[in-house]
Design a protein around this ligand. Structure first.
Ligand code: FES
Ligand SMILES: [Fe+2]
Length: 450
């Protein structure tokens, strides 16, 4: 791993750097938290057309979505042979099917007779039968039955197998790629699996899955979750207990990582919060309520939060006792190009962002919580789709973060409106704190030019 001082320009916020904060941990710090790779990312300005033009959107479909590895579902959603999940991206639809105990395939979800979608929703079946005229395929994609077969002398079984996309798995996730000539998933992931060795995502279950359509381009949506620069204006209530401007940003190959420390004060504050203030800011208590958790004498807020999390993880996470305060208190938000955002350590969050109905001005945001478990694997949560007029608090399973997500998404439709209204040509990114977004756009530019 490349290691270099952050950031490349040397300019940084006052206050403790993340690496300095780690020096005070109550446990030995694992290498993964020490790795830094603050590579130069060339893109600092991006044409607004990337967010609003149909022509650019169409290029994304052709050159990105039809070629890149993308997360389709969890393996745990396909426990039995015949289980299937419909995965849609732009106009494409795939049927991701468990075809044998150790095998998952992805078929293009269109009947080879007159093209009906074979399935509109997830489920379990012994065969894939089209509801229109009854053409039927075996789970392995071979043609099984054509009603009035005498009328189709020109249909030979070999040429009427269901066309397939490529499938790969990592961390309990199923990835698909529509390009038959794509490189293996492992090449796309690069070093990412090494980062997650200490936090095996395959050993977790999908505890929560909430989806919502947002009135903005899919990149506007995901970029709101790739930096801590927005905290000062968007989540001011968090400032006593979040080291927003002292976050660390790194990039490796096709993925990037931000680390934002919690239970340390923001450098934007002009006053010094107490340890209890820091804890309260995260637990968002109202002024007249008793604290949900008190910082014991002689302990810091950071140690208190870590101690509680460590106790909760006993028996569900491998060696919970050895986990650092950092792994239990901080936010490690990874982005695997183009749209998959698994959080590291023991924060449960995974985000996915996609275009909605082929519309450059709308997107789907999904929040998944992956939780450790004891004993038998619990059933994965089905997708809870929020209606257009429902905000994130209509999904109580999201807990206190629902209100934070409301703050996050409040601006996004207005960003899209502003981008259409703009007479200037480019958006401008910060040199350091928007490193992840610049890295994303650097990669996107390469894909679009291919
Ligand atoms: S369209 Fe599927 S059987 Fe006719
Ligand atoms: Fe946010």
């Amino acid at each position: 791993m490349e290691s270099s001082a952050i950031p490349p320009s040397g300019a940084r916020s006052p206050g403790l750097s993340y690496q300095q904060l780690l020096d005070g941990d109550t446990r030995p710090v694992p290498d993964v938290l020490r790795w830094q790779s603050a590579a130069e990312v060339p893109v600092q300005k991006v044409p607004i057309e990337r967010y609003r033009s149909r022509a650019f959107y169409d290029l994304e479909v052709e050159r990105l979505w039809r070629r890149v590895w993308q997360m389709a579902c969890r393996e745990e959603e396909l426990p039995e042979v015949g289980d299937h999940v419909v995965y849609e991206i732009a106009d494409d639809s795939l049927l991701v099917v468990r075809t044998a105990p150790g095998e998952i395939r992805a078929f293009h979800n269109a009947c080879l007779h007159r093209g009906r979608l074979l399935r509109e929703c997830d489920g379990r079946a012994d065969e894939l039968r089209c509801p229109f005229h009854g053409w039927t395929w075996n789970l392995d994609g071979t043609l099984k039955h054509v009603p009035a077969r005498w009328d189709f002398p020109h249909v030979d079984d070999d040429r009427y197998r269901l066309p397939e996309a490529k499938v790969g798995t990592w961390g309990g996730f199923v990835f698909v790629n529509l390009d038959p000539d794509c490189a293996p998933l492992a090449d796309h992931l690069g070093e990412l699996p090494r980062h997650f060795e200490r936090w095996p995502l395959a050993d977790r279950y999908k505890e929560v899955h909430v989806a919502k359509v947002l009135p903005c381009n899919w990149k506007v949506a995901q970029e709101a979750f790739m930096e801590a620069y927005h905290v000062v204006a968007t989540h001011p209530q968090l400032l006593p207990g979040i080291g927003d401007a002292n976050s660390q940003y790194d990039v490796w190959g096709n993925f990037s990582r931000a680390i934002t420390a919690n239970m340390t004060p923001s450098p934007h504050l002009s006053w010094a919060p107490s340890e209890q203030d820091m804890l309260d800011s995260m637990l968002t208590r109202s002024l007249d309520a008793e604290p949900a958790l008190r910082v014991p004498e002689g302990m810091t807020a950071r140690q208190t939060l870590a101690m509680v999390a460590r106790m909760q993880l006993q028996g569900a996470a491998p060696s919970a006792n050895d986990l650092t305060d950092a792994e239990l208190a901080d936010s490690f938000y990874y982005t695997l190009f183009p749209n998959f955002h698994p959080w590291g350590a023991y924060n449960r969050i995974v985000y996915r962002f996609r275009p909605y109905r082929n519309d450059p001005d709308r997107s789907i945001m999904e929040v998944i919580y992956l939780a450790p478990f004891r004993g038998r694997r619990p059933k994965p949560a089905p997708v809870h789709w929020l209606a257009e007029n429902e905000d994130w608090t209509h999904a109580p399973e999201l807990g206190f973060l629902a209100r934070v997500f409301n703050q996050d998404t409040f601006n996004l439709g207005k960003v899209q409106r502003g981008l259409h209204a703009a007479r200037h040509s480019h958006v401008t990114f910060a040199r350091y704190q928007e490193t992840k977004i610049r890295h994303f756009h650097t990669l996107l530019g390469r894909w679009i030019q291919k």
